[in-house]
Design a protein around this ligand. Sequence first.
Ligand code: ADP
Ligand code: MG
Ligand code: MG
Length: 207
Amino acid sequence: ETQREAVLDALDNVAERLAEEKEYLTDLDSAIGDADHGANMERGFGKAADKRDEFAEMEPNEVVKNVGTTLISNVGGASGPLYGGSIMFASQELEGGITAETSVAFAEAYLDKVKDRGGAQVGAKTMVDALVPAVHTYKKSIEQDDLPPLEALAKAVDAAERGVAFTVPIKAMKGRASFLDWRSVGHQDPGATSTLFILEELLETAE
Ligand code: ADP
Ligand code: MG
Ligand code: MG
């Protein structure tokens, strides 16, 4: 299987999962936002997955870049530019192909862009709370512990899951949920949750 096919399979799996989780993500967003996160994610990744034929001749990094631009043009609100712009930006790191090394660079560039654009740090009850532990765990597992990418990704998924749980008891400091002030406490962040679902599907595809 080529890297391009692996990327296209991952995209299909992510789109399918987000469609399955549409209602759940909508419920999470209805508690502390405007109840559109499920629809946003389903529409954005669905449109990207629909372009499979267009993507068939592209290099893996170009496919990833086009997923980003598709999200930007089809998803508004906070999550469209954050997911789309960051995927687009980080895709540069995959220009030489997908290896353990370039995947770490991709993950770091993605996280940097999300933090840079959104201005959220850990503890603001956003997707950053899932991403930071996931990316740090992935990088450490590969660079320090010499684990194969698949095992590193499995550890990153576990870390993201803990990050999602961490969003429940904290107060939102960024995004719509922050308008609720203390009333956001006790609710799980939608964007951290969709981030976890995407990571789970990347792992599932790689296995
Ligand atoms: P909107 O809030 O515009 O309706 P979505 O509902 O699609 O957009 O996405 C909401 C999610 O976006 C939140 O759950 C949170 O994880 C994420 N988010 C919102 N603002 C920020 C930010 N400034 N930095 C990082 N993530 C953010
Ligand atoms: Mg919303
Ligand atoms: Mg919205």
